[in-house]
Structures are given as structure tokens and as C-alpha cells.
Design a protein around this ligand. Structure first.
Ligand code: 4AD
Ligand code: MG
Length: 460
């Protein structure tokens, strides 16, 4: 007698054999003299139907009291099912109730719950079909990212979560302080008493440290949690999100864009191939046509336009945007979405942004007006990738840092990379949750991370 996860059981059903499964009751339906139980164990979307006959020892006392959410261990013979909608079922010879879930209090009842309601019960929401599918698809996407980069010979680097450099220079770092003592004002007079003897915070990006390793190992990537204390309560912002950041030495902006496009297509194709059942749920109930949307992206070249062309397109549109457009302003989500949804209906790579709106580390053009930046925008979301070729010239980088008001003494290590064997190098950051959103069609980013953190919200 062997134990099975339901996904494996349904993939190659050992019909006629005795099997053991464990899981949670989704529904119980009573007929005369027996009951049907639907069991889910989280390994896949599908449930297994179990027939519990009245002859079971605990039928009256326990089986007939089972309700949604109870955990059980079931053994029995796997048989071909005569019923529609399932190929096999288990005729139980033992049902052990592992844990009860009082139906008076268990919040997940049979009806569909809104995603807003489910956010209030983050400890139970992964037991729903939709959130279970998101968790499996997210996991597969992590796997395909690792697979993609390993096949290409990239080395994974674990960049620090606690850092003393603010990569984006946008002042959105959470500060790290110790205990009650740390609650005192962190003024420069007593900083030396702090744990690190200086100001430290949670990383907003692992890029600067990834650059260190790229300048030694060539092609590297870092993939981990990233923190931004930006007060944005939107459907695309989190205070804690995961970012994937490849970084490559001897690679210009063109090579960077090529890698990003190839990687995105690889992940989408891998999910469609390996998460068919979960994707079908999204396709039917979350974003109709999401599977075709992903195929369209896989089958077509991304569009390339410069920031200047993007601004021209936006001005030509004569649309009344909330934020007016002119050369030199940053593109807002409404602009990004107009371009990728209305004008091109494809992922769009926008390059060569004004130097004044981008961070110090991006490589400046000869006339100093633009930087070798590239953002990838996708329909329904806007920006999912932000990347650039880095400034590899010592004097120019130093000048940019000074102009941005950066304490250059604290970044001497970063400048040193340009002093000792500098290379043209590039990289990008993929907002992982935004990609999971694009793949699943989930309207709100809070549904694609297990425990979302947003301003005023971190319940467990
Ligand atoms: O464009 P960003 O700020 O780029 C960087 O941090 C670079 N240092 C990356 C690099 O070149 N290695 O952020 C990268 C991506 C964005 O395109 C967006 O998808 C995502 O991270 N992102 C967020 N996702 C969720 N919530 C937030 N608050 C986000 N801020 C950025
Ligand atoms: Mg960006």
C-alpha cells in the first residue's frame, strides 16, 4: 500500500491498487447508505472523489460529520470512476479524521469568496482554488527562472537583505534599527552606537552588489525579496516584493534587452507547458483569454521604441492623460498602459530615457541628455522590467554621483569597480510579482504573493 500525492495519483493512476492519501475535505455529499467526499491535498487543482460506505466503523459517528476544511487520511482501492468529470475514485476502507474544522466557524464555505475578503484571512486563503493555483504557478515560475539561468551558465549570488547603500537613490529604504534602544532618533551623533555603526536599511535592489560579482564571474543573477517604503497603495505596488536581477559583464544594452526578452518568453512557455490545469482556471475565471495572451507574447517580437518616440506617440494620441506628457517627465502607468495596450498590443521595450529622471548608475549618452536605460512594459500592468547599461567610466560616474548628492566616500567600493578592470556591463530587474500577475491575470498584486505587505497592512 503506497501513499500518493493527488497530482501523482491522477497522472498515472494505479487502478486496482490500494492507496493512501491525505488532504482536506472540500465537500461531503450524502446518498443513501454512503457518502461522497471530495479531497484536495494542494498538489494540484483537482480533487479526488472518495466513496465512504455506511459499513465503515466510524461512518455514523465521524464520516457523516465531516465538513469543508477537515483534514483526513484515507486508504482504499483506486477504481475507474463511472461518473462524469473524473477518471478514478477511491473506495475507502478506512477514513481517519486527523483534524476537525467546525463548520459554524470555518470561514471558507462552499460559495465563492471575494479576493478582498480572502485577504483578511491570509492564513486560510491558500486553501481556495484560485490562490492554490497562484501558489503552484508562482513556484513553477521560480523554477523556470533558475533553470533558464543555469542553462545559460549564470551564477546565482545571494546579495544582502540588509545594506548600507541605496541603489535607486529614491530614499525609499526601510531603516534597520535594533530593539527599543533603536527607537531613539537616528541622528548622526549617535549613529556609531547603532548595530552596524552606520545607517543601514533593507535593500531596494541587489544590483550594486550583483555588479561586484559580475565583474568577477561574468554573468550572475540575484533573486530575492526587496523592500520599498513607497506610499503607493496601487494594484501593482508592494512594500516587500521579489526581484530577479541578472547582471552581465561585457554586455551592452542590446545584449541586455535580448536576454530579457528571451527569458520572459522562456518563463511563459514553461508555465503553459507545465501548469496547464492551473492556467485553465485563470483562463476561465480570472482573465478570459489569458492563455492566448501569453501565446501571443511568446510568438511575437517585442516592440522597441525610444523614450523620445514614446513621448511623440503619447502627444499624437491627443488623449487627456491625468499627468500631462512632455519630453523630460517620467512615464506614468497610464502612459505605459496606453502605449502597450492601445498602440502596440505587445510588450514594449522603451529605451534611452532622459538622464535627469533615472538613477546615477546608468550610462550617459555622449551629449549627456539620455541614459542607456530600458523598461519593459506589458499590457494590463505597465512596467515589469527596469534595466540599463551601467556607467563604466570612472570620471563620468563620479560626476553623476556628485550631482545626485551621493556621499561618494561611502561608495568607493562601487567606484573601484571602474578603476580595476572595468567592463561595459548591463543588467535589469524583473518585478517578479508583476510577472506572476501578468501570467495569472490577477488584477491585484496582493493576490500573487503569499503574504502581501502594503502601507498599513502586514497582518501575520
Ligand atoms: O525599475 P526598478 O526600480 O529597477 C531597479 O531597482 C534596478 N536596480 C534593477 C536592475 O537594473 N538590477 O525596479 C525593477 C522592477 C520594476 O520594473 C517593477 O517591475 C518592480 O521591480 N517593482 C515593484 N514591484 C512591486 N512593488 C513595488 N513597489 C515595485 N517597485 C519596483
Ligand atoms: Mg523602474
Amino acid at each position: 500500500m503506497a501513499s500518493y500525492r493527488i497530482a501523482a495519483l491522477l497522472k498515472e493512476p494505479p487502478t486496482g491498487q490500494k492507496v493512501i492519501i491525505t488532504g482536506w475535505i472540500r465537500t461531503r455529499r450524502d446518498a443513501s447508505g454512503f457518502s461522497f467526499l471530495e479531497i484536495n491535498d494542494g498538489s494540484c487543482l483537482a480533487n479526488v472523489q472518495v466513496i465512504a460506505e455506511g459499513t465503515l466503523d466510524n461512518y455514523e459517528k465521524e464520516v457523516k460529520k465531516l465538513s469543508t476544511g477537515c483534514s483526513v487520511e484515507i486508504s482504499g482501492v483506486l477504481k475507474d470512476s463511472p461518473a462524469k468529470g473524473q477518471s478514478v475514485e477511491i473506495l475507502a476502507d478506512s477514513i481517519v479524521v486527523v483534524g476537525w474544522a467546525d463548520p459554524e466557524h470555518y470561514p471558507l464555505q462552499k460559495k465563492r469568496h471575494s479576493f478582498e475578503f480572502l485577504r483578511e484571512i491570509p492564513h486560510l486563503r491558500p486553501r481556495t482554488n484560485a490562490l492554490g493555483c497562484v501558489a503552484r504557478v508562482r513556484s513553477r515560475m521560480c523554477h523556470s527562472i533558475q533553470q533558464f539561468f543555469h542553462q545559460k551558465g549564470f551564477v546565482q549570488i545571494h546579495t544582502p537583505v540588509i545594506t548600507t547603500s541605496d541603489c535607486e537613490g529614491a530614499g525609499e529604504m526601510f531603516q534597520v534599527i535594533t530593539g527599543l534602544e533603536g527607537q531613539k532618533q537616528l541622528d548622526s551623533k549617535n549613529l556609531h552606537k547603532e548595530f552596524f555603526g552606520r545607517r543601514a536599511g533593507l535593500t531596494v535592489s541587489g544590483q550594486l552588489q550583483a555588479e561586484v560579482y559580475a565583474q568577477a564571474l561574468g554573468s550572475v543573477y540575484t533573486f530575492g525579496p526587496t523592500f520599498r517604503a513607497e506610499n503607493s497603495n496601487t494594484s501593482r505596488h508592494l512594500a516587500e516584493f521579489w526581484m530577479l536581477e541578472p547582471e552581465m559583464a561585457f554586455c551592452d544594452l542590446f545584449c541586455n534587452m535580448k536576454l530579457a526578452e528571451e527569458m520572459l518568453k522562456y518563463i511563459l512557455a514553461d508555465v503553459l507547458e507545465n501548469c496547464y490545469e492551473d492556467m485553465e482556471l485563470f483562463n476561465r475565471f480570472v482573465e478570459k483569454g489569458v492563455v492566448d495572451k501569453l501565446r501571443h507574447v511568446i510568438d511575437n517580437d517585442f516592440i522597441h521604441i525610444s523614450y523620445t518616440e514614446a513621448v511623440e506617440k503619447l502627444l499624437e494620441s491627443k488623449k487627456n492623460f491625468e499627468y500631462p506628457v512632455s519630453w523630460g517627465v517620467d512615464l506614468q502607468s497610464e502612459h505605459e498602459r496606453y502605449l502597450t495596450e492601445q498602440v502596440y498590443q505587445l510588450p514594449l521595450i522603451v529605451t534611452d530615457y532622459p538622464a535627469s529622471i533615472k538613477p546615477f548608475y546608468m550610462r550617459v549618452s555622449d551629449d549627456g541628455t539620455t541614459v542607456a536605460a530600458m523598461d519593459i512594459l506589458v499590457p494590463g500592468i505597465g512596467e515589469i522590467v527596469g534595466g540599463s547599461q551601467r556607467e563604466e567610466r570612472y570620471d563620468i560616474l563620479l560626476g553623476r554621483m556628485q550631482n545626485s548628492g551621493i556621499e561618494t566616500d561611502e561608495y568607493q567600493w562601487y567606484l573601484d569597480l571602474r578603476k580595476y578592470g572595468t567592463t561595459p556591463h548591463s543588467g535589469f530587474g524583473l518585478g517578479f510579482e508583476r510577472l506572476v500577475q501578468f501570467v495569472t491575470g490577477m488584477a491585484n498584486i496582493r493576490e500573487v504573493i503569499p503574504f502581501p505587505r502594503t502601507p498599513g497592512f502586514a497582518p501575520c
